[in-house]
Design a protein around this ligand. Structure first.
Ligand code: 5AD
Ligand code: SF4
Length: 437
């Protein structure tokens, strides 16, 4: 009998990638995906621990999923991802209807867990200091997809004082280049045209003895793969963004004109308290180098407001950096205490209302900058990799190399092609235009 699984994915691209691995493992075992948790025989919540908000969201979803067991007593409910890794068996006590907890490096054990559930084994959140096992790309699984992720390294050694990631994803481990390139080739064979190479800190990618092969060398090899049209990567740490990597933007034609480079704070005092390992001056210099080598490069970033001890003056340095650099897009967050991090014990804590006020000012500023940047594109032609139908308007949608969403009318079958679009209008987050070819 065919069984159905429902998986809810929260958080970052690592989790999206992991959910796809779960999907491939399950489909191999005669499970079909469903979008409706009420129809599911197995529900998995893939969670994020980076801030309190996604954590609360995960618990409330988990509660609602467990309630479905009343109508369907054979339903299995599990949790995976960063919250699962962080709290392990504590979650089983807190949620008596929860059937299993799968750690961030234990995805390959899912089939075993499903087999062993009857025997009572429920927690598989363990050893963080090894590489996950990656199942081979399952034939047909990615059919119809234009873009995909490929993990190149896991974990993080930086221990920024606010961050839970090193605690839930372990130390940095790089994946062998052959495995990464084989996986990419298998995706391309299913029609994928764009890959995003994933890691908590891709710039520290290194495989092999001695100095080993670094990230630029991996990029060069990926650039040589037939049939692959675009390469992206995320995330970069400013302290490790090397000149050799910046040089790649001058050499590799498949490397998209976009870099996501989180700066987190504009004040050197706060950067130090965060243990980021760079100054605002160094960050500005990096963006200048990137723009020199690829004048059209889009720079996006992450920033947080209200880190413990952040004064009005510190916050002004953040606003100033945003004005100076003019990011194409900015993901901004209120600082959130995470259990077990060093910042949790730092003070003074900034009141929620003050954080909200700073966030508001920052987001208004960025909205105006994003709109201005997009307006500069109106009247120009952009190259768009077509990803599918747009959800709201009855149009096709895709992204420019600079990672901006572009929508347009088109009757032809252009899915997976790069087409020229003349930009007619824009909002802070999207472009609209007409197909030229
Ligand atoms: N509070 C708020 N934001 C955080 N981030 C990471 N940890 C925290 C925290 N404790 C943000 C950072 C990071 C992004 C993924 O989430 O900006 O780059
Ligand atoms: Fe991704 Fe970090 Fe959230 Fe884990 S805690 S899902 S690694 S953003």
């Amino acid at each position: 009998m065919v069984r159905h699984y429902f998986i809810a994915t929260m958080g970052c691209q690592m989790n999206e990638y992991d959910s796809d691995h779960v999907g491939q493992l399950l489909q191999h075992r005669d499970f079909l995906a469903t979008e409706d948790p009420k129809k599911a025989d197995l529900i998995i919540i893939n969670t994020c621990a980076v801030r309190a908000k996604p954590e609360q969201k995960a618990y409330s979803l988990l509660g609602r999923m467990i309630v479905l067991k009343k109508r369907n007593p054979s339903l299995i409910v599990g949790i995976m991802g960063c919250i699962a890794q962080q709290w392990g068996s504590i979650l089983l006590d807190r949620f008596p209807g929860l059937d299993f907890v799968l750690g961030t490096k234990e995805i390959g054990k899912l089939p075993e867990i499903l087999r062993r559930l009857e025997q009572g084994a429920k927690v598989f959140a363990a050893d963080l200091n090894r590489m996950s096992t990656f199942p081979a790309v399952r034939s047909g699984y990615f059919a119809g997809r234009v873009k995909s992720f490929v993990t190149i390294m896991e974990g993080c050694n930086n221990f920024c004082t606010y961050c839970i990631v090193p605690h839930v994803r372990g130390r940095e481990v790089s994946r062998p280049p052959e495995e990464i390139l084989n996986e990419t080739t298998a995706l391309v064979a299913q029609g994928v045209k764009e890959v995003t190479l994933l890691g908590q800190n891709v710039n520290s990618y290194r495989y092999g003895r001695g100095h080993g092969d670094g990230f630029p060398s991996l990029l060069r090899r990926a650039n040589a793969l037939d049939g692959l049209l675009r390469i992206r990567f995320t995330t970069s740490h400013p302290k490790d963004l090397s000149d050799e990597l910046i040089q790649c933007f001058g050499e590799l034609e498949k490397l998209c004109s976009h870099v996501h480079l989180p700066f987190q704070a504009g004040s050197n005092r706060i950067l130090k308290a965060m243990r980021r390992g760079y100054t605002r001056e160094h960050y500005i210099e990096l963006t200048e180098k990137l723009r020199n080598i690829r004048p059209d490069i889009a720079i996006t970033s992450d920033v947080m407001v209200g880190f413990p001890g952040e004064t009005e003056r510190d916050f002004e340095f953040t606003m100033d950096l945003v004005r100076r650099i003019e990011f194409d897009n900015l993901y901004s967050f209120k600082y959130s205490d995470r259990a077990g991090t060093r910042a949790e014990k730092m003070g003074p804590k900034i009141p929620e209302a003050e954080k909200a006020c700073r966030l508001d000012a920052l987001q208004s500023l960025q909205k105006a900058i994003s709109l201005n940047k997009n307006r500069l594109l109106v009247g120009s032609t952009v190259q768009v990799l077509v990803e599918g139908r747009s959800r709201r308007e009855n149009q096709m949608t895709g992204r420019t190399g600079t990672n901006k969403v572009a929508n347009f009318n088109c009757d032809m079958n252009v899915l997976g092609s790069i087409i020229n679009v003349a930009v007619k209008r824009c909002s802070p987050n999207s472009l609209w235009g007409e197909v030229l070819d």
